[in-house]
Ligand binder design. Structure first.
Ligand SMILES: NC(=O)c1ccc[n+]([C@@H]2O[C@H](COP(=O)([O-])OP(=O)(O)OC[C@H]3O[C@@H](n4cnc5c(N)ncnc54)[C@H](OP(=O)(O)O)[C@@H]3O)[C@@H](O)[C@H]2O)c1
Length: 288
């Protein structure tokens, strides 16, 4: 039996759908049964913030898809680290044999925000004795639909990467890679850097959005210093604002421009282009 965590999220909803299409036996760990009803699958209630709920939720589970929310610090702590370590402890106690974890591109010791948090969890998982595979995706195409990518008040797409290209990936492809690892025997002890098929600049993304929406989407540059000042003005902690500014400097220097063949290697098909992603999400895009 496979347990899918983060099942209501951007990656998890695709993974649930893929398993349903393929008739794979799985259940989803959810915090809110009512919210999860739309998934149309077996669920078990559990919360990463309640370690006592996790071991019973993993009873009879052989493989775990480990994923949850982002890495915004709360009172200087990264809740994700504590939460995912608790899930790994529960998996070991429940006799899970293998964990497929969603991490982040460029995870490293001492990295800012998600890069440091995911690295710490990766190391904990590697030391746990459980079988593991790491998926390290870059920026999600979904960010342009969910609002995670910033827009100005008058609807301009914010370029916080100084015109540098980013090889955005569709969460559909991340889920397909996870499905291959959760249902197959390959990839044990492997780390996969996942990207889309091409790196796009903000100007190119704005052009694609314009074509999909049938109206002009403009873009506006925001320097890392302006980004940090804006976040501080919104009341966000200075450290968080500075970390985000530093990450945007790194991306501006080309740190997320490379593409890999990992999606093709794992799924035997090409990852979706940004245009294909927009076509598959036309309804959500127009509603957003
Ligand atoms: N956005 C990007 O560009 C990007 C790039 C690379 C890596 N990542 C990584 O991707 C991950 C986010 O994936 P995603 O976008 O699929 O997530 P998401 O859409 O933000 O969804 C988060 C999921 O985690 C669940 N969750 C949150 N807190 C939980 C808790 N305490 N206990 C149990 N479940 C909980 C949520 O359930 P509810 O429905 O109950 O809220 C939801 O299903 C993060 O680790 C992030 O660092 C993101």
């Amino acid at each position: 039996m496979i347990l899918v965590t983060g099942a209501t999220g951007s990656i998890g909803t695709h993974l649930v759908r893929l398993f349903q299409e393929k008739g794979v036996a799985f259940k989803a760990l959810v915090r809110d049964e009512g919210k999860a009803r739309a998934l149309g699958c077996d669920v078990v209630v559990g919360d990463f913030d309640d370690p006592g709920s996790l071991v019973p939720a993993m009873e009879g589970v052989d493989r775990l898809f480990l994923n949850a929310g982002g890495a915004q610090p709360v009172d200087g702590e990264q809740p994700m680290v504590r939460q995912q370590k608790a899930a790994i402890d529960a998996a070991r106690a429940a006799g899970v044999s293998r964990v497929v974890k969603v991490s982040v591109s460029g995870a490293h010791r001492g990295g800012r925000l998600a890069q440091g948090a995911h690295w710490e969890i990766e190391e904990y998982l590697k030391a746990s004795g459980l079988g593991w595979s790491m998926l390290r995706p870059g920026g999600f195409m979904q960010n342009f639909v969910t609002g995670t990518a910033g827009f100005t008040a008058d609807g301009k797409l914010l370029d916080v990467y100084g015109g540098a290209p980013v090889s955005y990936i569709d969460c559909h492809d991340i889920a397909a890679c996870a499905a291959a690892l959760l249902t197959g025997s390959g990839g044990l002890g492997e780390t996969y850097e996942l990207t889309g098929p091409q790196a796009l600049t903000c100007a190119e993304i704005a052009q694609e959005l314009s074509a999909a929406l049938g109206r002009t989407v403009e873009h506006a540059e925001l320097s890392p210093d302006e980004l940090a000042a804006g976040l501080r003005a919104q009341g966000l902690p200075a450290r968080f604002a500075d970390d985000l500014a530093e990450l945007s400097r790194q991306v501006a220097s080309g740190s997320m421009a490379a593409t890999t063949t990992a999606v093709r290697d794992l799924t035997r098909r090409e990852p979706r282009t940004f245009g294909e992603f927009l076509a598959a999400n036309a309804e959500a895009l127009r509603a957003g």
